[in-house]
Design a protein around this ligand. Sequence first.
Ligand code: HEM
Length: 426
Amino acid sequence: GAQVPACPLAQKAAEFDAFSGPYQLDPAEALRWSRDQLPVFFSPKLGYWIVSRYEDIKSVFRDNILFSPRNVLEKITPATPEAMEVLKGYGYAMNRTMVNEDEPVHMERRRALMDHFLPEHLETKQEMIRRLTREKVDAFIDRGRVDLVDAMLYEVPLNVALHFLGVPEDDIQVLRNFSVAHSINTWGKPTDAQQLAIAHDVGRFWQYAGKIIEKMKREPNGTGWMHETIRKNVEMPEIVPDSYVHSMMMAIIVAAHETTSLASANMFKTLLGHRQAWEDICADPSLIPNAVEECLRYAGSIVAWRRQTTAPARLGDVDLPEGAKLLIVQASANRDPRHFEEPDRFDIYRDNAVDHMTFGYGAHQCMGKNIGRMEMRIFLEEISRRLPHLRLAEQEFAYMVNTSFRGPEHVWVEWDPDLNPERTRP
Ligand code: HEM
């Protein structure tokens, strides 16, 4: 039966703060006490129920009827009235996309738009990803010191995403600012003053997305997933409505590239921080696929996701009312000793690393997971082969404050160019 939590636990629940302190430093570590003692608790500061154990999180993901994804793209910090006015001025109308759509529409839409994500189609992207990666590495390989994020991990996933979507690649810097605004707007805690500036950027991003759609409509035979979406919008507007096309155009640019950039930054930070694992990979590249999964488990780029109950529900020992908002912390699931043996050990040989929750689970599981994985593998193949003597530079890692997207803003690395394998063995 339900237990009344002992005082220290109630106090920990009351103190839990998703936007500062331990959770921002290390979300999995910040919830160790919860995994051990109070796996589902209400956070009065956030107004969400926090869920921290692997099995509970999996069962929430599994039942997308009782635990609806409708709140996935809601502003976690509500807009101020002034910010709302600004957004209205831009005609901002972010609505259902894929990730926050309910059944039965979601499945029909997902099926209608699945082709581009099938392995045969992704196979054709491999060469492009490798070429883009090599061009970036060529540009810095003689330098001896570089920020991997600025030098490749930001732009390659962005270019791959735009190519996959069929979105024109003209304004990369503009997109970068917009992405940050959209992420803080959705998952961050902007101050009242920041809310205004962000509302302007989000409003402009919305209008920019509309312009991209207009431009793409003028090329009815264009290639890429968003061109396919625009054609499906004409063929089956009840399943792929206009509001979907516009909302998705804005959301997917972030979903397809920010997630992958951050996961890749986490991966290099983690691997270079575990020297033996790095050297094992350099010696045997066949270890790379499982190393990527272990990186996604140990330091994933999506650390928490949301759901909302559509009826009273029981989760573990806790009764949730209808309409309860849940923050399901995948980073915590990924460190749950009930599922992963010695979960705090980084182990590229772990046989169940792939069970991680970083791509979600069930009906909404990430459609782009194999694109993300392919990029991460190629980054690792290219860098471990050409710069095996790479090491992390002394640095403080900085992270954007938010509940869900996690990865260092910069990853500075160093090496001696005279020892580059392509110089020493001709
Ligand atoms: C959904 C993470 C890369 C497209 C999701 C979800 C997560 C996620 C957590 C929600 C899953 C759920 O509710 O069960 C990630 C991570 C990535 C990544 C960590 C990179 C490492 C990508 C890429 C694309 C993409 C590259 C597209 C090119 C999507 C789409 C959905 C989704 C369309 C919605 C699926 C649905 O609701 O049916 N992703 N993602 N993602 N992702 Fe990804």
